[in-house]
Design a protein around this ligand. Structure first.
Ligand SMILES: Nc1nc2c(ncn2[C@@H]2O[C@H](COP(=O)(O)OP(=O)(O)OP(=O)(O)O)[C@@H](O)[C@H]2O)c(=O)[nH]1
Ligand SMILES: [Mg+2]
Length: 278
């Protein structure tokens, strides 16, 4: 019997969930990658608009905040392993709300409990690098307090991400007395092309978000950090990219594997999750 891999895809708004979903689906369908579609996928509506935009060389819209849909993709890998991949798409505001409102809708609780693997998308380019003791002298913080104090406390982007993981771990009833094997965690540094770097993904994460990385690697036995450029370049919503339209969206996009190897097979992060599974 085919195993089932339900991915808990975690990412705030604008990190690239929909475009990765659409590009992944396209790759599975053209069957030239490590993972291939081996049956009829269902519930593709979430990705059909994105797919048709990409075929014209355009980018697609933001997903409405309240949308949540799951698509089911029967897939197989080169070793003949079959699995059902349950891939969601949703408005990223839902993720931010989990943390900001500190309330978990029951639907999200079930998703966390059902998931076999966690894949977190982080777009480093759009995260604010916050001021702290290392980037500003202590007096500057004292000064803000003198002038009426900081009216509202808002956690930094990094702190919010750690908090989110803590909430998910709590919901999943994970015991942190020893490093976790399951659920496996993969962090995808999305829109990698924007970063214009030659660093290893894990080194970049550790230097840009040290607190998050420290939290992750002290709680998981083997977290994976992979660079992902689902599109390979920025696309516009209005002006079509001619090369995209001519060659097809499946000719674009790549991943940067943990060892730094660049590979055009964007199914690899998921193939690795499946291969280590069972
Ligand atoms: N340069 C570059 N831009 C990308 C890439 N992937 C996505 N984008 C752009 O990033 C923006 C956000 O991508 P989406 O896939 O819509 O993000 P999302 O996570 O689905 O966002 P919500 O639907 O709001 O939750 C879009 O403008 C995309 O064109 C990439 O690999 N490289
Ligand atoms: Mg979206």
């Amino acid at each position: 019997m085919a195993s089932q891999h339900t991915i808990l895809l975690v990412g705030e708004s604008n990190v690239g969930k929909t475009h990765y979903g659409a590009q992944l689906l396209k790759r599975l369908m053209v069957k030239a990658c490590a993972l291939k579609m081996s049956g009829a996928p269902t519930n593709l509506e979430a990705f059909t608009a994105a797919l048709s935009c990409l075929t014209e060389g355009k980018s697609t819209d933001h997903t409405p905040a309240n949308t949540y849909v799951e698509s089911v993709w029967p897939i197989s890998d080169d070793a003949g392993r079959h699995a059902e991949l349950v891939w969601p798409d949703y408005g990223g505001e839902q993720i931010r709300n989990l943390v900001m409102q500190r309330r978990i809708p029951s639907a999200w609780r079930d998703r966390v409990l059902d998931a076999t693997d966690w894949v977190m998308l982080i777009r480093l380019h759009s995260l604010r690098s916050e001021d702290d003791l290392f980037s500003r002298p202590l007096q500057s913080f004292a000064a803000t307090e003198l002038h009426g104090g900081t009216a509202e406390y808002e956690p930094s982007d990094q702190a919010r991400t750690v908090e989110l993981l803590q909430m998910l771990l709590y919901l999943a009833q994970c015991h942190l007395d020893r490093p976790l094997r399951k659920p496996r965690l993969t962090i995808l540094l999305s829109c990698w092309d924007e970063l214009e770097t030659t660093e290893l993904p894990v080194d970049l994460l550790a230097s840009r978000l040290p607190m998050l990385w420290s939290f992750v690697h002290s709680n998981w036995t083997s977290p994976k950090v992979i660079g992902l450029s689902a599109l390979e370049r920025a696309l516009s919503k209005t002006d079509a990219d001619r090369e995209y339209a001519i060659r097809g969206p499946e000719e674009f996009g790549y991943v940067v594997l943990p060892n730094g190897e660049k590979n055009t097979d964007i199914t690899l992060p998921i193939q690795r999750v499946m291969a280590n599974g069972v």
